[in-house]
Write a protein that binds this ligand. Structure first.
Ligand SMILES: C[S@@+](CC[C@H](N)C(=O)[O-])C[C@H]1O[C@@H](n2cnc3c(N)ncnc32)[C@H](O)[C@@H]1O
Length: 393
């Protein structure tokens, strides 16, 4: 039998374990989980505060300024830039050809010697850590959020159950920074999305769909895996208080990019009815996805799904894609690269160049100068893309 307490206290890290930065910097004394899910993974409940008043936004601005300043100092010291002038993915060229073996550990991984942190780094980091959510429940103290909740009204708190440190196939059970970016944009442009019918692809915990649900009429939040979809549905239920009456129905559904059809099996818990498919095709004018470009085959599958769905919609449609470029040093390239991002950009270009008789796809990047409504680090690797799928006939 599984010892639940031990499992909750000692989550197992495997070689393919990934942990989202969103869950990383949190005060040590405030951690523990609320339950184990069906897969035996510890589940956390985090509260994310929506910054609505000017005081919140101003303090958030100070956090961003501190982070920008820190980043600038870091670049000055290294004389190095992460991106080129075109916003492309590659770090300035470096030659590592000599003595690289000396930097590798026994498994061939690169061992990076970190520069000592300066007092100003620590100060800025402290500022960030104090304010970056989530706040994790203390073990055995179910009302740990009470103080915080008393300070701000319930309508300012998004409650999300999620896991941490999952294997790659379960990344959707964590919250990713690009989901916050997309949520920010939705809140910033809320009037534009009012009363829309929306489809989210790879919605994960559902946080972006939930935020969209506060303004849109109906959101189909889709993903794959019963366990993940159950968690997502639980999150939708936890956030009913954010929805305005008569608006914001968030329906959790299965949509696998690797399949050509919607799941309509009535026995499957998150399958689609014929009416729902017709409703989507008749009314959806907006499709969105956050942090779904990390594997080339999945990227191809997602673009195929986008193509198929936009061709079945009755109306023209806008697609928003949020992502975080992940830079890695590879021995193959002897450089810092971002292959998944390059593949995404190539595929995006192919879509725009497509000669299609029914739809013209136009692609544009969105400037990230809109304000933040959620507390996270808006790092320069975040991007938001808009695709307009205009019906030609
Ligand atoms: C990195 S997570 C992002 C989750 C969420 N959008 C966020 O940003 O927090 C990638 C998501 O893509 C989903 N995904 C992966 N393969 C998929 C597929 N074949 N069909 C549908 N969704 C898929 C995962 O389950 C996961 O929820």
């Amino acid at each position: 039998m599984v010892d639940v307490t031990e499992q909750m206290d000692n989550p197992t890290f495997r070689s393919d374990t990934v942990l989202s930065d969103v869950h990383l910097h949190r005060p040590k004394k405030r951690h523990l989980m609320v339950r184990l899910n069906a897969a035996g993974q510890p589940v956390f409940l985090s509260h994310y505060k929506l910054l609505r008043n000017t005081e919140d936004l101003a303090s958030n601005e100070r956090v961003r300024e501190a982070a920008t300043e820190r980043e600038r100092e870091h670049q000055d010291r290294n004389g190095d830039e992460l991106c080129d002038k075109d916003g492309n993915n590659l770090k300035k060229e470096r030659k590592f050809s000599e003595g690289v073996e000396a930097l590798l550990d026994a498994d061939g991984d690169l061992e990076v010697v970190r520069r000592p942190q300066s007092a100003s780094d620590l100060e800025a980091e402290d500022l960030l850590r104090d304010r970056v959510h989530p706040v994790i429940l203390m073990k055995g103290k179910e009302d740990a959020f009470e103080d915080e909740e008393q300070e701000c009204s319930c309508r300012d708190i998004v409650k999300i159950e999620h896991t941490m440190a999952t294997p790659l196939e379960d990344v959707g059970k964590q919250v990713w920074r690009a989901a916050f970016l997309l949520a920010d944009y939705i809140l910033f442009k809320r009037d534009m999305f009012r009363c829309c019918s929306v489809l989210e692809l790879g919605g994960g915990t559902g946080i972006t769909s939930i935020i969209m649900g506060t303004v849109a009429k109906r959101v189909y939040c889709t993903d794959v895996g019963e366990d993940l979809l159950a968690m997502c549905e639980q999150n939708v239920a936890l956030n009913k208080h954010l929805m305005e009456p008569g608006r914001g129905e968030v329906k959790v559904k299965e949509l696998d990019w690797l399949k050509d059809e919607f799941c309509t099996d009535p026995e499957a818990p998150y399958s689609w009815s014929e009416e729902e498919i017709a409703d989507l095709y008749d009314h959806c004018t907006l499709i969105m996805a956050a942090d779904v470009f990390y594997d080339d085959d999945l990227t191809d599958a997602l673009f195929r799904t986008l193509y198929r769905i936009t061709h079945n919609l009755r109306n023209s449609c806008t697609v928003y894609l949020a992502l975080e470029k992940r830079l890695n040093f590879t021995l193959r390239h002897m450089d810092v690269t971002c292959e998944a991002y390059s593949h995404f950009r190539n595929t995006l270009q192919d879509l725009e160049n497509l000669q299609d008789r029914k739809i013209k796809y136009t692609v544009e990047p969105i400037k990230l100068d809109f304000c933040q409504f959620l507390v996270y680090e808006r790092i320069e690797q975040l991007e938001l893309w808009k695709i307009t799928a205009a019906q030609l006939m």
